[in-house]
Design a protein around this ligand. Structure first.
Ligand code: ZN
Length: 264
């Protein structure tokens, strides 16, 4: 656990670089605004969010999990099952919670105000996977802290979950289109780029689908799975109708203030 930061940063930058290289070589779609502006904002938001989260919640998720382990707090620290079983169950349950968290961020108006920052991006690429309002990031950390403490998730499972979730978010936001010989079998298990772009469609019934960040089965079980949009992937209208100014949405100021503006 002492190398946690290096593991997290190493995996994050490796996946980010691979995705950006693939996007550069074979982009699935063209951005309606210069990528430089979007990238400044999307990377800027993750930096602001990280600082804001550090200041408001100055303790890491794995540190809390270790404390819980040492003090017998949470379900898995009170019952005896093999560590592998606890890790698998923890990953499943945390992923299930993240699915419902995402769904609630769409369905509860005050939370949607925050989450629409993510959806106001007029283009989807790996950097969009980092584009969240700082308050949404803090709420998300609090939800994970509560879940980890109630379940007694082991620290190693927290680390695996965080690394995997970040990697998959970069993967399924990437502006690439996998060859159908790979995409078709992959979408039986994972949310692929094409499936996740449906979630970024301007059509509300399409935005309110494919909430998963990793596996597809939560969407299938809870009836939010959509395998096809009304338009083909190449012509899908991305973004939010309430925020039609793609250039303005690409600014950092806009990213920070969208929750407090009804529309443009
Ligand atoms: Zn969403």
């Amino acid at each position: 656990m002492t190398n946690e930061v290096w593991w997290r940063l190493g995996c994050f930058f490796s996946i980010l670089i691979i995705m950006m290289l693939l996007e550069w070589q074979k982009p699935a779609r063209q951005s309606p605004v210069p990528n430089s502006a979007r990238w400044f904002t999307n990377f800027g938001l993750i930096i602001v969010s990280s600082v804001f989260a550090r200041l408001t919640i100055p303790i890491g998720l794995t540190a809390v999990a270790l404390y819980n382990q040492q003090h017998g707090i949470g379900l898995f620290n009170l019952i005896t099952i093999p560590l592998t079983g606890t890790i698998v169950l923890s990953l499943l349950l945390l992923d299930f919670i993240i699915y419902w968290q995402h769904r609630l961020f769409h369905n509860i108006p005050i939370l949607w105000r925050l989450h629409r920052v993510h959806h106001a991006d007029a283009h989807v690429d790996a950097s969009t996977g980092l584009r969240f309002h700082p308050i949404e990031i803090v709420i998300s950390i609090l939800i994970k802290l509560i879940a980890i403490s109630l379940l007694g998730v082991p620290a190693i499972a927290v680390l695996i979950f965080e690394i995997t979730l970040n990697a998959l978010a970069l993967f399924n936001h990437a502006n690439i289109r996998l060859p159908s010989v790979i995409e078709k079998p992959l979408r039986l298990i994972l949310i692929t780029q094409i499936l996740h772009r449906i979630h970024h469609s301007q059509k509300v019934c399409e935005t309110n689908s494919n909430y998963g960040f990793s596996v597809i089965w939560w969407d299938k079980i809870f009836g939010s799975y959509k395998n096809e949009a009304s338009k083909p992937d190449k012509r899908l209208d991305i973004g939010l109708i309430e925020y039609p100014n793609a250039k303005q949405n690409a600014s950092l100021w806009s990213g920070l203030t969208i929750p407090f503006r009804e529309k443009e």
